[in-house]
Design a protein around this ligand. Structure first.
Ligand SMILES: Nc1ncnc2c1ncn2[C@@H]1O[C@H](COP(=O)(O)OP(=O)(O)OP(=O)(O)O)[C@@H](O)[C@H]1O
Ligand SMILES: [Mg+2]
Length: 167
């Protein structure tokens, strides 16, 4: 990992799944209540890997699997963690059955892979995570995080701490 804060948020180069999970862990542990974390990136970019870290940060003990076929999976941890994957969503009307609004009003963290259909529900506090593979499936990933709304101070400090190797 490298770089740290930028004008827009935070940016790093993750050299493997473990580093991506550590970034997610900081977000899951320290995100404000009701945070929505949007995970953007091409197929295989490493969105689920980051989501697994977010779940670990929420204190989820059970394995976190990809919700591609379920659309949504709920986990209990120290705080509720919801993992959404809209890759297979056909149109926006299907979103109604997911009760996104209700989750976002609670004290948990919700993350969404392929969030394009959910844009209408995006309200602060949110984090937008863009993952860009550099070259080849095992290559490092560029990870850029934009944070909006109140309550991100602790998460932001932890991300900066990761960069400096302190967390
Ligand atoms: N920072 C990283 N550096 C190198 N490889 C990584 C990194 N993060 C994830 N990977 C690897 O990339 C592969 C795809 O990861 P993952 O399933 O998390 O991607 P995804 O974006 O969720 O894919 P999909 O678009 O199918 O949902 C896995 O083999 C994972 O271990
Ligand atoms: Mg995935």
């Amino acid at each position: 990992m490298s770089e740290g804060p930028t004008a827009a948020g935070w940016s790093a180069r993750s050299r493997g799944p473990g580093e991506s999970a550590a970034i997610g862990e900081a977000l899951g542990r320290l995100a404000p209540d009701g945070a929505l974390i949007l995970l953007e990136g091409v197929l295989g970019a490493g969105k689920t890997t980051l989501a697994q870290g977010i779940g670990a940060g929420c204190g989820v003990a059970e394995p976190i699997t990809s919700p591609t076929y379920n659309l949504i999976l709920h986990y209990r941890g120290r705080r509720p963690f919801t993992h959404v994957d809209l890759y297979r969503l056909e149109d926006e009307s299907q979103l109604a059955s997911l009760d996104l609004e209700e989750m976002l009003g609670g004290d948990g963290v919700t993350c969404v892979e392929w969030p394009a259909f959910a844009e209408r529900h995006v309200e602060p506090p949110w984090a937008r995570v863009r993952i860009t593979p550099e070259d080849g499936p095992e290559a490092p990933r560029r990870i850029e995080i934009e944070l909006a709304g109140e309550g991100w101070e602790k998460a932001r400090s932890a991300l900066v701490g990761l960069e400096a190797g302190r967390v």
